[in-house]
Design a protein around this ligand. Structure first.
Ligand code: DON
Length: 306
């Protein structure tokens, strides 16, 4: 492993671990509230196939909204540019579960990473495949070359029990005709997709094709074209952290995506994918330590896409 990255990661990890960790573990999904708030892990996967991990990197966690990027990629690969007739690519400046813009936008979500946008993409996934649940998991397992990756039915059911807001979003979008299937089927599948569990290194591996012009690094298989990969990275850069996307871009300077499980994945095209996991979230729903770690990482490496 590149000693330079390894030293930087260990130094930042220990420094942050000794500092206060404010914020709250996501509790609106009851099952996520059971997570140990002190978990802290980081992995980096370089495009040259070397990787390095530190902390609780052998523990799988709920990747939640980070799944929306993989969902988008699976559907984008099939539909190509026609996908953008159903969802836009604009930052919303609103929280991940916001309903407010849908009415004036005629049921077209601002971007695929908002819950509204991911529900529309899930609806398309249902139309594309006979067994979309199986297809999505197979896609994720292929990307990571790991057969141990699974859904957590417990987390998905826990989310569905309190998922009134997502149900409202889904029904509202359907009233504009931008959800074609039964909202219950869309919500069930969406919650499962968010419930996927991975380690920090598995999550890095799932995203390496986006740092490698659309091709997996292990078998060089093309997942997306170079142009499609660039576009997905551009949406992560502008929309990956909801109403904190500007802040993440400003502080870190890399495309990335967060989830309420406390994971953040960020990537440097042509170089690496890095994942940090720490369950306590800041008021915008992004991992407190994750943001801090990545800010210090790009500062110390003096590398960012800008
Ligand atoms: O729909 C939800 O609320 C969750 N399944 C995902 C939200 C999420 O991860 C937002 N990201 N920070």
């Amino acid at each position: 492993m590149n000693q330079h990255y390894q030293n930087i990661i260990e130094t930042i990890f220990h420094q942050i671990k000794n500092e206060e960790n404010p914020g709250e573990v996501a509790s609106y999904i009851p099952e996520l509230a059971n997570e140990d708030p002190e978990h802290f892990a980081v992995s980096i996967q370089l495009i040259n196939e070397e990787n390095y991990s530190y902390g609780d990197h052998q523990t799988k966690f709920s990747i939640q909204s980070i799944s929306k990027v993989l969902l988008l990629c699976l559907v984008y690969r099939d539909m190509d540019e026609k996908i953008w007739e159903r969802v836009d690519v604009e930052p919303s400046g609103n929280p991940f579960n916001s309903l407010v813009q849908l009415e004036s936008d005629n049921g077209i979500p601002r971007n695929p990473f908002l819950n509204a946008g991911a529900l529309v993409i899930t609806d398309i996934l249902i139309d594309l495949f006979d067994d979309p649940k199986k297809e999505f998991l197979a896609f994720v397992r292929d990307l990571t070359d790991s057969k141990t990756i699974s859904y957590s039915e417990t987390v998905a059911e826990s989310e569905l029990k309190i998922g009134f807001r997502n149900a409202a979003l889904c029904n509202f979008i359907k009233s504009f005709g931008n959800i074609k299937n039964d909202p219950e089927d869309v919500l069930n599948l969406y919650s499962l997709i968010c419930s996927v569990e991975m380690t920090t290194l598995e999550l890095c591996n799932a995203f390496t094709f986006l740092a490698n012009g659309g091709k997996k690094i292990i078998d060089k298989k093309e997942i997306l074209t170079k142009s499609q990969a660039k576009r997905v990275n551009a949406i992560m850069q502008t929309c990956g952290f909801y109403d904190e996307s500007g802040e993440f871009s400003f502080r870190v300077g890399l495309p990335g995506k967060s989830g309420v499980g406390g994971g953040i994945v960020a990537l440097f095209p042509g170089r690496y994918v890095i994942t940090v996991w720490s369950p306590k979230l800041n008021p915008k729903g992004n991992s407190y330590r994750g943001m801090k770690f990545l800010e210090q990482f790009t500062t110390a490496t003096e590398e960012s896409i800008f």
